[in-house]
Design a protein around this ligand. Structure first.
Ligand SMILES: *Cc1c(COP(=O)(O)O)cnc(C)c1O
Length: 415
């Protein structure tokens, strides 16, 4: 008796439930889809809950699935990674706007690997490292000139704040190699998220590997580490299953044999990244129906959870709509699923199929384990953050809630 709806009886709504067994299963699947020796970075932005992150840091209980490393992009995520038991050395610190202050903090915590996006970024890493008597490994993030896959979210091939433009890297590389305090150790790619299918993922990875090998050879660029990014898919607030990649392992091995033949000897070391695939399917959001009303012939189901709870990254223009279930398969009728906020933008689904619902009912949103609370407009309109419950099978592991408060500390924060 510990399904999400039963847990909502105990802990109230809105309630997130994350099942760690499901996180383990996703990690096992993803490692199995990659060639032996690949490292896997968990992108904390998908879900920085320390208990969930800890599950990914620990080797599988059966001992045959490696631990993940951590991909972080802020001091908050650094704190979450450390709280989950990662060391600084386990972390890859990414992002186009790393400030000198956060670099200092990251280096102080033992972070030594940074993905860098510009000459200034590399210089900032070097300056912070020199200041601390350390040397930092910098991966150069590459914004390749072309792109192959079709995806919901594309971050490359166009002008971007991310990465070095591949075609002009040669102009700045000598300066990068001379920057005090840093060693240029390899390349980082993250061209897409949530790939449409296995073929697009394979196509993109093949292109990435070819480009990395080409750049390294043409520019005499050190390539000790190559992070080829991700794109592993998971449903988001709708029914469905994680992406399946039965051919990926073989395709990656072929591409690596062709372009980087020393890879089996660890030259270079290789890595992938994932957020949503690892965390997304572990989570369920349970919301309460506060009210059902009809306006000019249209039905509105008003929940206690809106874009403040499951934002759908709505501020980023990523539209849901979500699907909700009550338990059984009722006839669906059109209606709009909205949240409690005083803005007409608080819509989780406009004129979608909804079961018959009344005030006091509870609904569950499947596959809500990634880009949940921390991707939402948490503070907007001041409602409390949702409760988050971690379970492992039938056992409740932890119950917590994010809190925010106003601080009147007027000292400037380190920049
Ligand atoms: C967001 C992000 C990820 C995770 O993306 P998912 O689609 O959740 O797997 C991985 N790497 C980087 C650099 C990111 O910015």
């Amino acid at each position: 008796m510990s399904g999400p709806l039963e847990l909502a009886e105990r802990f109230g709504t809105p309630l997130y439930v994350y099942d760690l067994d499901e996180v383990d299963a996703a990690r096992r699947e993803l490692f199995a889809a990659l060639p032996d020796g690949f490292e896997l970075f968990y992108a904390l932005k998908a879900n920085p809950h320390p208990g969930l992150v800890r599950a990914l840091r620990e080797p599988d209980p059966a001992g045959d699935v490696p631990a993940c490393r951590a991909e972080i992009s802020s001091t908050g995520e650094l704190g979450a990674a450390l709280a989950a038991g990662f060391t600084g050395a386990d972390c890859l610190y990414t992002g186009p706007g790393k400030t000198p202050g956060e670099l200092r903090e990251a280096l102080g915590a033992g972070v030594r690997t940074f993905s860098t996006d510009s000459v200034t970024d590399v210089r900032h890493v070097g300056e912070a490292a020199v200041e601390q008597g350390a040397e930092a490994d910098c991966l150069l993030r590459i914004n390749s000139a072309t792109a192959s896959a079709t995806t919901a979210i594309r971050m490359t091939g166009t002008p971007s704040q991310f990465g070095f433009d591949a075609e002009t890297l040669c102009e700045v590389l000598p300066e990068l190699l001379r920057t005090p305090g840093v060693r240029i150790t390899g390349l980082h790619f993250f061209p897409l998220s949530n790939a449409r299918d296995e073929d697009s993922l394979i196509g993109e990875f093949r292109q990435t590997i070819a480009l990395a090998a080409g750049l390294s050879a043409e520019l005499d660029l050190p390539l000790r580490f190559l992070d080829i990014g991700g794109g592993f898919a998971a449903p988001y607030g709708t029914a469905g299953a994680r992406g399946r990649y039965p051919r990926l392992r073989g395709a990656l091995e072929d591409a690596l044999d062709e372009f980087l033949p020393a890879w089996r000897k660890g030259k270079p070391r290789l890595a992938c990244e994932s957020g949503r695939f690892l965390a997304g399917t572990s989570g369920t959001l349970v919301a309460g129906v506060v009210n059902v009303k009809t306006s000019r012939g249209r039905r509105f189901v008003i929940l206690d959870a809106g874009i403040n709870t499951f934002g759908g990254m709505s501020g980023l223009g990523r539209l849901l709509p979500v699907s909700v279930r009550v338990g059984t398969d009722e006839e669906l009728e059109p209606g709009s699923l909205v949240g409690p906020l005083c803005t007409p933008g608080d819509v989780l689904g406009r004129e979608i199929g909804l079961p018959p619902l009344a005030a006091g009912d509870r609904v569950s949103v499947p596959n809500a384990g990634a880009y949940g609370p921390t991707a939402s407009l948490l503070a907007f309109l001041g409602r409390p953050a949702p409760t988050e419950v971690l379970v492992r099978g039938d056992e409740v592991v932890s119950v917590s809630r994010l809190e925010y408060h106003r601080s009147y500390d007027s000292r400037p924060r380190p920049w």
